[in-house]
Design a protein around this ligand. Structure first.
Ligand SMILES: Cc1ncc(C[n+]2csc(CCOP(=O)(O)OP(=O)(O)O)c2C)c(N)n1
Length: 320
């Protein structure tokens, strides 16, 4: 495996730490009643958005899932507007209407997180078609969980992506669970076979290894930009938290922490082994914490939703 220089690894780590620390903070804010609705954390899965996000450019597009905080941040969503959105404020990226499960920001190519399992796939497919039609080398990426394999739309989208040779990268975050059931009890097929059936190259990798994700993403994204057509990247990863915050996890032994197998801990150890000082990592983590402090403070000061504006941007007229 070719080595990646330390500056690149460090910037991947920074993204992972940003996602981890942001979600840990969201967890506390949620417990304190400061986050409306409910939230699904991607703690344990950070290497995937960090590695993929690092090889994307601003004009590439992504579509995400109900567990999409990491995807949004790795694509460059400003932290203050992210917190404003999730805390339900007017100044948030979607005016506070999207919340955790529906953050979108077209200005950074973030087409949206999505509460409907698999629904990001056709959105990214359409975006890939737009990139191709416009004759650019931009690509569309869709992140989806292994549970989406049971959705018909995955099959229809893979079919069209293959047929039209679209610049689509389909990234499966395979954490082995779909809500409260192991995926093996919900899905008959596996993604390698499905991809093969549609003639799409598929690669499976250790999604908790930030270096492996980045290396694969770098190679695969270049191939897609070069006209190679769609690609399926299956990242085996670990959902450390329950399905949603507050999930009692009666269906499995709760995972308190992964220890050395934790993607963030692994990345940290790798950097230290390759000569990065603990002090410089702590400085990065402290800087992130203070960015989060400021973003949360700003979000607390944000404008609360206004009932009079509730029908703005809504297609149906208000009934009198
Ligand atoms: C079409 C649809 N069916 C069912 C649900 C209920 N649901 C929410 S999350 C989820 C499982 C998702 O599992 P997976 O796609 O593997 O993602 P993960 O939560 O593991 O990240 C289900 C079935 C839904 N939101 N949408």
């Amino acid at each position: 495996m070719p080595a990646i220089e330390n500056t690149k690894l460090l910037s991947l780590y920074e993204t992972m730490a940003l996602v981890r620390q942001t979600e840990l903070r969201l967890s506390r804010l949620f417990a304190d009643g400061e986050v409306p609705g409910f939230i699904h954390l991607s703690i344990g899965q950070e290497a995937v958005p960090a590695g993929i996000g690092a090889v994307l450019r601003a004009s590439d597009t992504i579509a995400s899932t109900h567990r999409g905080h990491g995807h949004a941040l790795a694509k460059g969503m400003p932290l203050d507007r992210f917190f404003l959105e999730i805390m339900g404020k007017e100044e948030g990226v979607c005016g506070g209407r999207g919340g955790s499960m529906h953050v979108a920001d077209l200005s950074i190519g973030m087409l949206g997180a999505n509460g409907i399992v698999g629904a990001g796939i056709p959105i990214a497919l359409g975006s890939a078609l737009a990139h191709q039609t416009r004759g650019t080398t931009d690509i569309a990426v869709v992140f989806f969980g292994d549970g989406a394999m049971a959705e018909g739309v995955l099959h229809e989208s893979l079919n069209l992506a293959a047929l039209w040779k679209l610049p689509l990268l389909a990234v499966c975050e395979n954490n082995g669970w779909a809500e409260f059931s192991p995926t093996s009890r919900q899905v008959a097929a596996n993604l390698a076979d499905l991809s093969k059936a549609y003639g799409i190259p598929h690669e499976e990798l250790d999604g908790n290894d930030f270096e492996a994700v980045w290396l694969a993403a770098d190679r695969v994204v270049a191939a897609i930009r070069g006209g190679g057509g769609p690609f399926v990247l299956e990242c085996r990863t670990t959902r450390i938290r329950g399905h949603y915050e507050g999930d009692q996890q009666k269906y499995r032994e709760p995972i308190a922490a992964l220890g050395p197998d934790d993607a963030v801990a692994r990345a940290r150890r790798k950097l230290i082994d390759s000569g990065v000082s603990v002090a410089s990592l702590e400085a990065i983590e402290a800087a992130i914490e203070s960015r989060i402090d400021s973003a949360v403070e700003a979000a607390r000061m944000g404008q609360a939703p206004d009932y009079a504006r509730a029908s703005r941007d809504v297609y149906a007229p208000v009934r009198s």
